[in-house]
Write a protein that binds this ligand. Structure first.
Ligand SMILES: [Zn+2]
Length: 428
């Protein structure tokens, strides 16, 4: 389904008799349109598309792109990374009220050289020596992450980003150039090592989200394997993979447009980034066309880390409006994001008889590991309204005035998996 039809699908309205011919009535493919008998005027409800910010290649301390001499594609920022580069992610999250996903490479956080024993993980093999990157900056950065958990999510990206055999790498760590998953026994060792480096640095448990490095990934099982990478990750408690479908093998098997469900893992289309991976700072502009605003760490940073905030401010400026619009929202974290994306695609909504009618019959069977018990509905209305429901919990409602109308942001918690009705009336 295209974006346009999907949006139409979600969008329905009722109108006062004076406005019936504006074209909004009848725009839904599924819902029949109702017309209010009361004087509530035009009311339009949408399950907005959630947008998540995903930042790749966080975690390096060296900023060198080593790809010319068999070291990893790092960030190419031509300086070492510093704790202030982590603070930039937190600052972006705080300014927008979100938890950006930091797709993190942890090799240069290895305090005990455990990667010596992890096959294919570094260019040095069993002579791996990370001593030059062990220092107080590790604790400083860990403190920034741990003290700002609502605004920083560690997402697994890898240990070394590539896959080395006898000191030479191919792309990439989790799958090869044809998207074929690396041997699962070795990937399990990579995940064990990732968890161990997390513990070395007191960063918590293995994350639940994943970005394949170099976007080498396949949806489903690949040649020579008996399980998919998603299934392997599901066994470790992961719920989400984010990667561009344009380069994902077998992307046609993804069932729901912007996402597919692979062994219970929601696999999300990253779409195209605003900027190339190695642009330092840079000026993002354009439109986000799907559920992900993807970038690479240097895109958010300045050559002079003291000026990182100038770059962060540019991203805040481009992203903030997506939370104000009726059609989109910035998800506050991965859980809200996954729930909302499923509802955006699969829950049916119609407005009729002074009520918003929600049908969850497709959503409840989506098969993701994450639950779908919460959603956001945005309601635009000419008049100020009161909302109530007997079969869904209205957790919170906030409102703003825009263009002579009210825009309500309603957070709902599902109590009946089949559907719900939220009634509205003019504010008393
Ligand atoms: Zn990467």
């Amino acid at each position: 389904m295209t974006k346009m039809t999907r949006r139409k699908f979600m969008k329905d309205s009722i109108q006062s008799s004076a406005a019936v011919s504006t074209g909004l009535v009848g725009s839904s493919l599924f819902a029949s349109c109702g017309q209010s008998n009361s004087s509530v005027g035009v009311v339009e409800a949408i399950i907005p598309l959630p947008i998540q910010v995903v930042i790749d290649d966080v975690g390096w301390w060296s900023g060198e792109d080593g790809s010319e001499y068999q070291e990893p594609y790092r960030t190419g920022i031509s300086r070492s990374h510093v704790p202030a580069d982590y603070q930039a992610i937190v600052d972006l999250g705080k300014a927008l009220g979100i938890q950006p996903q930091a797709a993190t490479v942890l090799g240069e956080w290895d305090k005990q050289n455990i990667l010596r024993k992890v096959p294919h993980s570094t260019w040095m093999g069993d002579k791996w020596d990370n001593s030059q990157w062990v220092g107080p900056w590790l604790e400083e950065a860990a403190d920034i992450i741990n003290n700002n958990k609502d605004n920083f999510e560690i997402t697994v990206h890898g240990l070394g980003h590539e896959w080395w055999v006898d000191g030479k790498f191919t792309r990439a760590e989790w799958a090869d150039d044809n998207g074929v998953m690396r041997p699962k026994e070795i990937l399990e060792q990579h995940l064990d090592a990732y968890a161990e480096i997390m513990h070395q640095n007191k960063l918590g448990e293995l994350p639940r989200s994943f970005v394949p490095n170099a976007f080498r990934h396949s949806f489903g099982v690949t040649k020579g394997n008996d399980i998919s990478l998603a299934q392997l990750l599901a066994g470790r408690g992961f719920t989400q993979i984010n990667t561009p479908f344009s380069s994902m093998f077998n992307s046609e098997a993804a069932q729901y447009g912007f996402f597919g469900v692979d062994s219970g893992i929601m696999t999300i289309d990253r779409g195209a980034d605003f900027l190339d991976w190695n642009i330092i700072g840079g000026i993002p502009n354009g439109e986000i066309k799907g559920p992900t605003c993807g970038m690479h760490w240097p895109n958010l940073l300045h050559k002079n880390p003291e000026r990182n905030s100038e770059v962060v401010a540019r991203w805040v400026k481009i992203l903030a409006p997506y939370h104000q619009r009726q059609e989109t929202m910035l998800a506050k974290n991965s859980v809200e994001f996954q729930q909302q994306l499923a509802h955006n695609k699969l829950s049916k909504l119609k407005v009729a008889d002074n009520a918003i009618k929600l049908d969850f019959s497709d959503t409840k069977n989506v098969g993701t590991i994450a639950s779908n018990e919460e959603l956001t509905v945005k309601v635009r209305s000419e008049n100020e309204l009161d909302f109530s429901s007997e079969n869904i919990k209205i957790v919170s409602i906030s409102s703003q005035k825009s263009n002579n109308s009210m825009l309500y942001n309603m957070n709902l918690e599902i109590t009946n998996v089949n559907g719900a009705v939220v009634t509205f009336k003019n504010k008393s």
